[in-house]
Design a protein around this ligand. Structure first.
Ligand code: ZN
Length: 216
């Protein structure tokens, strides 16, 4: 099972709340830096569909996440060069280093969730779900990804902290766990994520910034 402890953590474009419609930014066309919409890997498309069926009480408005505002980045260098035209902070080498190590992240200003396709979690995840036989062996993968996307949905809804989105991630993992969709090993990940959410909650309460882009 692919471990994805590293989820997210850094969000860019802290200015605005969510917008469910993909705004094609003037400077960088997302279709030039990765896959989106119908071109997304089946795994990601299936995960988005699962998120859209989640109860609003759990994730807020799940309709805010669509295939049109999710992008799997194929090449991070290309992404940095292109996206810096929309978000100047992307030119910062420190920002780039952080995001090379991040698997999921969200640009709230443009309302886009990015998946770092250079990370094994995304690359191998998509590969291990690319044909019927593999899908039957890895049926848990879209449920796991749906939990990570729900976390990002929390950011799309305007949450700038991590404790809230991490808590959503835990609740969604537990929800699918109860339905028997996830392997027993997921409990370890749930415990880890719940603990991380609590550490963030304390840090955010104290006004501190906890940096936790943890590689997989
Ligand atoms: Zn986050």
């Amino acid at each position: 099972m692919i471990r994805l402890f590293c989820v997210v953590i850094i969000s860019i474009g802290a200015l605005l709340g969510a917008d469910s419609t993909l705004i094609q930014p003037a400077g960088c066309d997302v279709t030039s830096i990765g896959q989106t919409g119908n071109k997304l890997p089946v795994l990601v498309k299936d995960a988005i569909k699962l998120v859209q069926k989640l109860p609003a009480a759990m994730v807020g408005d799940p309709g805010q996440l669509t295939a049109e505002n999710v992008v799997v980045i194929g090449n991070m260098n290309k992404f940095f060069a292109c996206w810096a035209k929309n978000a100047p902070e992307v030119s910062d080498p420190k920002w780039q280093e952080d995001h090379r190590n991040t698997v999921f992240f969200t640009d709230r200003k443009y309302g886009i969730v990015f998946l770092n396709g250079e990370r094994d979690a995304v690359r191998l995840g998509a590969q291990n779900y690319s044909n019927l036989e593999m899908r039957q062996r890895n049926m848990h993968l879209p449920y796991q990804f749906a939990a990570y996307l729900s976390h990002e949905l929390g950011h799309l809804h305007g949450d700038k902290g991590e404790s809230g989105p991490l808590s959503i991630q835990v609740v969604v993992l537990q929800y699918f766990q109860k339905q028997g969709k996830l392997p027993p090993a997921i409990q370890e990940e749930i415990n880890y994520t719940a603990d991380l959410a609590e550490r963030y909650r304390k840090a955010e309460f104290a006004g501190a910034t906890l940096v936790a882009a943890k590689p997989e």
